[in-house]
Design a protein around this ligand. Structure first.
Ligand SMILES: C[S@@+](CC[C@H](N)C(=O)[O-])C[C@H]1O[C@@H](n2cnc3c(N)ncnc32)[C@H](O)[C@@H]1O
Length: 289
């Protein structure tokens, strides 16, 4: 089984202690008293853990229809995955672990998730209390921790994270160096249309989000992967289902994708930027000779 280096484990444990902030009190109280066999207790705990951004999940009588219908992205991705039965997989920015569950169901030997989001961690803990899986572990860590994990993972998923960070090429280099020789990265990102090799740089908010630093064209994305010395770069998907894939629900309420678009022209965001496309690419680290 995978074990974290002790300094990363200490960082995870420090962040775990911060979960006990008053903001998480209701969620923690519900988790502490959860009876995984009692439908009412499961339902009440799931409610206390809202908002559910990623799903859907089904637990006893409770069906959690999250803001994102992740089945659509999984459908675009899973047919390209290799045989995972002997693979250690990392999902960086794994959210509440929805894709970790799919990876295990698809046969992955072991799945590690990194995500610093506190509510994501609590939701994953809830799913584990209901159906424990010793071959999964989620840590309150981020992509920044990868330099401490060289040549470790056979497969890495890195989805919806690249554009939230300021240094995309360095992030790609860190991802490549964390792969075992010949290992595969599956990367998903928002991007902009166009045949140029350019990054679109919103000067401020993008689709309502304050933390989007750039959006690549597809050519810019593959060029960055080349510059980060990946090999065997393949474009797997260039579309997504927009408002059918990301929409407000009872379990994941609040502003969602439709509200981020210009009501008079859905090809634009509310700020007037090009609306996002979504790209999925795969790329491999070089085999050792
Ligand atoms: C847009 S969501 C994508 C979630 C999931 N990977 C997916 O594709 O649906 C971005 C995720 O990255 C997480 N995140 C934020 N900072 C991060 C970091 N420094 N390293 C890794 N993940 C981070 C967030 O908590 C959030 O769950």
């Amino acid at each position: 089984m995978f074990t974290l280096p002790t300094d990363l484990l200490a960082l995870h444990e420090t962040r775990l202690k911060a979960l006990h902030a008053p903001r998480q009190e209701e969620a923690l109280k519900a988790l502490a008293t959860l009876d995984p066999a009692d439908p009412q207790s499961v339902h009440a705990t799931a409610l206390a853990l809202r908002p559910w951004k990623k799903g859907p999940f089904e637990f006893l009588d409770t069906r959690i229809d999250a803001e994102w219908d992740c089945r659509r992205k999984w459908q675009r991705l899973h047919k390209h995955l290799p045989d995972l039965s002997d693979k250690l997989v990392l999902d960086v920015g794994c959210g509440n672990g929805w894709y970790m569950q799919q990876l295990r169901q698809a046969g992955a030997r072991e799945v590690i998730g990194f995500d610093p989001g506190q509510m994501n961690y609590l939701q994953w803990t809830f799913t584990q209390k209901i159906k424990p899986d010793p071959a999964q572990a989620l840590y309150l860590l981020g992509v920044e921790e990868l330099p401490a994990l060289k040549k470790t993972f056979d497969v890495i998923l890195h989805m919806g994270v690249l554009y939230h960070h300021r240094d995309p090429v360095m992030q790609l280099i860190d991802l490549r160096e964390s792969l075992t020789p010949g290992g595969t990265l599956f990367l998903e990102t928002i991007g902009v249309p166009g045949a140029q090799t350019t990054l679109y740089l919103p000067p401020d908010r993008y689709a309502g989000m304050p933390n989007v630093w750039f959006l690549p064209t597809l050519n810019a994305l593959t060029t960055m992967l080349e510059r980060a010395r990946f090999t065997d770069i393949k474009v797997l998907s260039t579309h997504w289902d927009g408002v059918e894939e990301q929409r407000p629900t009872e379990w994941g309420p609040g502003p969602s994708y439709a509200g981020a678009l210009d009501p008079s022209d859905p090809r634009k965001t509310i700020e007037g930027h090009p609306a996002p496309e979504r790209f999925i690419v795969s790329a491999r680290s070089k085999e050792l000779r």
